[in-house]
Design a binder for this molecule. Structure first.
Ligand SMILES: Cc1cc2nc3c(=O)[nH]c(=O)nc-3n(C[C@H](O)[C@H](O)[C@H](O)COP(=O)(O)O)c2cc1C
Length: 324
């Protein structure tokens, strides 16, 4: 199956876990969903199933890997493929200290050669697509030259798809959170890369908040990736299938229909011993902007963590929403 990257949901640590992805899939059939980053160390030395298990309904779903040792990355890509993931993606964007210490994430923007070696090794070990999510540069490095050189070298090794978070990362002085807001966005440079490498699939990421903005970007590049806005307001993607994938057959779902299906899912997970709070936290933004949304959020936040909490917490919370 050829994966379609028109609309992707960003990998977000602690946020895009399997429960969140299940919820998002109820809203869009076609969006390509990314997991949280999983490090090669966690997979090779840790509990593989805990890190990799996902629901069959989540397809198409991509695993994001953090690492830079070609042998480890090739091994982990194979594990991901055997697990049923549709794509593996390399993290070349995460600026956190812990990650810098392990020599992967955004610091790899200065090591295009090493990323190329990883791509070559991974492509040898799997048949699913191997993609990269990167920044435009780091620290004092010049934006155009760094990004151009990176795309050229890494694509020569066989990478066809690049997701570009359209800002630099400052590895010294800014926190990971500041690194998602402070360095200015440079969408124009990403557009320019698509013009200079027309054969590559270029996905743009960073600061995108509406489907109208997505449509504007899609005039210049092949796909868009949204992160925080989708998490805080998942219904922003309710028209993705129709507007961005051209699926005319799609029947539009409402927030309440999505909630009913997610309740069924939560019940089956509760029966398997999963705590309500791990699933209900993803629901806080479901009614974003609707009257009663604040009381809905408050009720869930104040009650879902209690021991023995079940579906009744959600059923009570939804009573606060007017105009369901
Ligand atoms: C809570 C959180 C966790 C994140 N974790 C990851 C991650 O694991 N891997 C990654 O490549 N990017 C990560 N990011 C960055 C996002 O994937 C994305 O590039 C960034 O938020 C910009 O897109 P946005 O403005 O649409 O949110 C994370 C962002 C947030 C807010």
């Amino acid at each position: 199956m050829k994966l379609k990257h028109h609309f992707c949901v960003a990998p977000m640590l602690e946020w895009t876990d399997r429960h969140e992805r299940y919820l998002l899939r109820l809203i869009s059939k076609h969006a390509l969903l990314y997991t949280e980053m999983v490090t090669t160390g966690a997979l090779i030395h840790g509990d593989i199933d805990r890190h990799l298990r996902f629901n069959a309904e989540e397809h198409p779903v991509a695993l994001q890997l953090g690492g830079s040792d070609p042998r480890d990355m090739a091994l982990c890509a194979k594990i991901a493929e055997d697990y049923g993931y549709d794509e593996v993606n390399i993290n070349v964007g995460c600026p956190s200290d812990r990650v810098q210490h392990g020599a992967f994430g955004a610091c790899l923007m200065a090591q295009a050669e090493l990323v190329a070696e990883n791509i070559a090794a991974m492509k040898k070990s799997v048949a699913i697509p191997v993609t990269v999510k990167n920044r435009i540069a780091i620290d004092e490095m010049p934006e155009y030259e760094t990004l151009h050189n990176f795309l050229q070298r890494v694509s020569q090794a066989g990478c066809h798809t690049f997701i570009i978070h359209a800002r630099k990362a400052w590895l010294k002085g800014l926190s990971p959170k500041q690194n998602r807001d402070v360095p200015p966005l440079n969408y124009e440079l990403v557009y320019q890369m698509k013009r200079e490498f027309p054969q590559l699939e270029i996905i743009i990421n960073g600061g995108i908040k509406t489907l109208e903005e997505c449509q504007q970007h899609l005039k210049q590049v092949d796909g868009v990736m949204m992160g925080r806005e989708v998490y805080h307001n998942p219904f922003v993607m309710s028209h993705v299938d129709k507007l961005l994938y051209g699926d005319k057959e799609i029947t539009q779902v409402s927030e309440i229909e999505v909630l009913e299906k997610y309740i069924e899912y939560m019940q089956s997970q509760l029966d398997q011993g999963v705590f309500l709070k791990h699933m209900s936290r993803h629901l806080l933004g479901l009614f974003a902007g609707k009257p009663g949304a604040k009381a809905w959020r408050r009720h869930i936040s104040e009650n879902a963590y209690k021991s023995g909490a079940g579906i009744e917490v959600i059923q009570q919370a939804v009573k606060y929403i007017d105009n369901k």
